[in-house]
Design a protein. Structure first.
Length: 141
């Protein structure tokens, strides 16, 4: 049930937040770093050709590795060829205290937008929240 709700939310976010830029799925593949070196959130990510993603977030003294998860590409219609026309990529991280959904959409000039939606599951009554980041391809920086 939870996975169904998370999937439904991911799809909803795509339609609400996905930009008009259409891109090849390969446009998403690679290592990206946050354009803001002082970010307190996502510092870098790697989207791999095997449909996995690794994300790192700000920690001290070194960034925290969120681990490897499955990444799902989405097109504009049911028959879309995702290799040539992916509009967005999502990934879900389920940790002991929170569930985080990432929605990644292409921007121009080797950049991507990463919208991060976090919902706490540890009954601490913290509010769910959303953050957005712009990351640039590491080799284009």
């Amino acid at each position: 049930m939870r996975r169904t709700i998370l999937l439904s939310l991911s799809i909803l976010f795509i339609f609400v937040f996905a930009g008009a830029i259409n891109a090849q799925k390969d446009r998403f593949v690679g290592a990206f770093v946050n354009v803001d070196p002082n970010t307190r959130g996502v510092t870098r990510l790697e989207l791999n050709d095997d449909d996995t993603i690794n994300v790192w977030g700000r920690c001290h003294p070194t960034d925290c590795d969120w681990g490897r998860e499955t990444a799902f590409a989405y097109g504009s219609h049911v028959a879309a060829d995702l290799r040539t026309a992916a509009d967005a990529v999502t990934a879900t991280y389920v940790k002991g205290f929170a569930t985080t959904i990432l929605l990644i959409t292409p921007l121009k000039e080797n950049r991507i937008r990463v919208d991060v939606f976090t919902r706490f599951t540890d009954k601490t009554r913290r509010s769910a929240y959303a953050q957005s980041y712009v990351l640039v391809r590491e080799d284009a920086k």
